[in-house]
Design a protein around this ligand. Sequence first.
Ligand SMILES: [Zn+2]
Length: 179
Amino acid sequence: MTLRPILIHPDPRLKAKADPVAEFDRDLAALADDMLETMYDAPGIGLAAPQLGILKRVLVMDCVKEENATPEPMVLINPTVIEASEDLSVYEEGCLSIPEQYAEVERPAVVKVEWTDLAGKQVQQEFDGLWATCVQHEIDHLNGKLFIDYLKPLKRQMITRKMQKLKRELARGAKNGRS
Ligand SMILES: [Zn+2]
């Protein structure tokens, strides 16, 4: 397993629509392992392949947050929301590609998602609570959409400018031999 660098917004790869996965091979399993390791290390509760610059419809998540609770790593390939509740819920969302920025986003409270697992089997499951928000946030990534796209333009521009500044600082740090 390998930790992979996470892209920081703005980046054209975070705005692109990812391609469906067709081959359920060892490379895909290795990618899923790397994604889980990278997500837990960050730490985060979800990660989509485009955040690593890989434009494939793969996401991982684990919304178990309580300490000492058993982890529930999930790998979803080619996921789609097939049913969404009219009830909405609001969560303060963040994103590993937009570090340290949080904002409330309203989404369906319960969603039914269909996807393919690593063995190539079709799976359907209903998600609620934090899991519902997380799976929708990650599926958005596969369509080139970020949680800040739900915010008012002014707030979105403010966050984008902060991220541009952060990226300049990171680039300078890397040049000076810091990481
Ligand atoms: Zn995200």
